[in-house]
Design a protein around this ligand. Structure first.
Ligand code: DP6
Length: 359
C-alpha cells in the first residue's frame, strides 16, 4: 500500500466521523495470546446490541511543524479523562507506521457508553471497535482505500484487534469468529470473520442479561491474565480443548441444538476461571454471588426445563444466555431470585444485535 499521507497543499476540510459499536460475549474464550495481539486459540462470540459505545472523531489539519506526535484531545461523556486518553494515544501511536496521516491532524475524540461506566461491564470491545471504525472511515474519506465493504470490515477488525483482542469480533452482526481454524475457510488470527450465516435462527433472537455482581475494578486486568497463561501448566491442553469445543459448538449452533450449545458455553466459562485459579500467582475473579447465581441457574433449568445458560468473562458478572421466547419467564426469575445477588440490583439487559452502525 502506498503511504497514507495527506497533501498539505490541498488539505481536507475539518470534519468528523461517528460510529456506534456494540460489545460482544465470547462463547469460546480467547485467553492467551502471542506476537502482536494474536490469539493462541480461535474464539467465537455473539454480538450484543444494547451495550455499546458511541465515538465521534473530529479532525482538522494540524498547524505548526510535524513533531512526530499525535495531537489528541479526549472526552469521555463530555469530560476530559487522562487515563482513557493515554490508552487511546498509545493505540493511535502504534498505528502511525501504517497510518502516518494521523500525526498531520488535530484529533478530538468524544466517546461514551450506553451503560453506566461503573457497571463493571468491560467497554474495551465496544470502545476499541468504535474507534477502529472511525479510523477506517477517516482513511477511506481521505484516500478512498476501503470502498469495498468487506475490505472495510476486515481492516476495522484488524485495527480493533490491535486495540483489544476481543474488540475485533464486535465488527460483525450476530456472531463472529476470530482465529485461524480449518473449520472456517477464510478465518485468520489477524481479524474476525462474520458467522451470522452459519448459525441457526434461534441465535439471532437470543438474549444476554448481564447480572452485575460487582462494579469494582478487576484486581487482575485481562492483559495481565493473558500474560499469566505463559507459565500456566494447563495452557497447551487448554488451547487444544478450545479447538475441539469450537468444532462441537459450531455444529450445535448450525443446528440450533440448545442443550449441547449450553453445555459447551458453560464449560468454557468455568474453564476460563479455572485457568485463573491455576495461574502463578493464582487469582479468583468470581465472587460468592457469582457462584450463587450459577447454582440457581442450574436448579432453575432442572426445575423448569428452560434452556437458560450462563457464561462469564474475566470478571465476577454472570451473563444469562437464553432464546427470545423465554424472555418473560427468565426476567421474572431474575427479578425474583437473581437480582438480590447483583450490586444495587443492577442487571444490564442485552440481546444479539446487528453490529456497528455509522451515525
Ligand atoms: C475473557 O480482549 O480484553 O473476555 O487483547 O489484552 O485487550 P486484550 O484482552 P481482552 O480479553 C478478553 C478475554 C475474555 C474472553 C473473550 O472475550 O474472548
Amino acid at each position: 500500500m502506498s503511504r497514507l499521507i495527506l497533501d498539505s497543499s490541498n488539505p481536507p476540510e475539518p470534519g468528523h466521523v461517528l460510529w456506534r459499536s456494540p460489545s460482544n460475549i465470547a462463547l469460546i474464550k480467547y485467553w492467551g495470546k502471542y506476537g502482536v495481539q494474536l490469539p493462541k486459540n480461535p474464539s467465537l462470540s455473539l454480538t450484543l446490541a444494547a451495550s455499546c459505545t458511541d465515538t465521534q472523531l473530529n479532525y482538522e489539519l494540524r498547524k505548526g511543524p510535524d513533531d512526530g506526535q499525535i495531537d489528541l484531545d479526549f472526552f469521555f461523556h463530555e469530560e476530559e479523562n487522562e487515563a482513557f486518553r493515554a490508552k487511546v494515544l498509545e493505540f493511535l501511536t502504534s498505528l502511525l507506521p501504517e497510518m502516518p496521516f494521523l500525526k498531520q491532524l488535530k484529533l478530538t475524540v468524544h466517546t461514551g457508553n450506553s451503560f453506566p461506566h461503573s457497571a463493571g461491564i468491560a467497554s474495551s470491545a465496544s470502545g476499541m471497535s468504535a474507534l477502529a471504525l472511525c479510523l477506517c472511515s477517516l482513511e477511506d474519506r481521505f484516500f478512498g482505500t476501503l470502498k469495498d465493504p468487506e475490505a472495510f470490515d476486515q481492516r476495522a477488525s484488524v485495527l480493533a484487534r490491535l486495540g483489544s483482542g476481543s474488540a475485533c469480533r464486535s465488527i460483525f452482526p450476530h456472531a463472529a469468529l476470530w482465529g485461524a481454524t480449518p473449520l472456517v475457510p477464510g478465518s485468520s488470527d489477524e481479524f474476525a470473520v462474520p458467522m451470522g450465516d452459519h448459525i441457526h435462527e434461534t441465535f439471532k433472537d437470543f438474549h444476554d442479561d448481564i447480572l452485575i455482581v460487582s462494579q469494582e475494578e478487576k484486581s487482575v486486568s485481562s492483559r495481565a491474565g493473558h500474560a499469566l497463561m505463559e507459565g500456566n501448566p494447563y495452557a497447551e491442553p487448554r488451547y487444544a480443548q478450545a479447538r475441539t469445543r469450537l468444532s462441537s459448538l459450531l455444529d450445535a449452533m448450525r443446528t440450533g441444538e440448545l442443550p449441547e450449545f449450553g453445555k459447551i458455553v458453560e464449560d468454557e466459562a468455568l474453564t476460563l476461571h479455572a485457568l485463573m485459579m491455576c495461574s502463578n500467582p493464582s487469582y479468583t475473579l468470581m465472587r460468592p454471588d457469582s457462584l450463587a447465581i450459577i447454582e440457581k441457574v442450574r436448579q432453575y433449568r432442572a426445575d423448569t426445563g428452560h434452556q437458560v445458560y450462563f457464561t462469564l468473562d474475566a470478571g465476577p458478572n454472570v451473563h444469562l444466555l437464553y432464546p427470545g421466547e423465554l424472555v418473560v419467564d427468565v426476567r421474572k426469575f431474575i427479578d425474583d431470585h437473581l437480582a438480590e445477588h447483583c450490586e444495587g440490583g443492577f442487571v444490564q439487559q442485552d440481546w444479539v444485535g446487528e453490529g456497528p452502525e455509522e451515525i
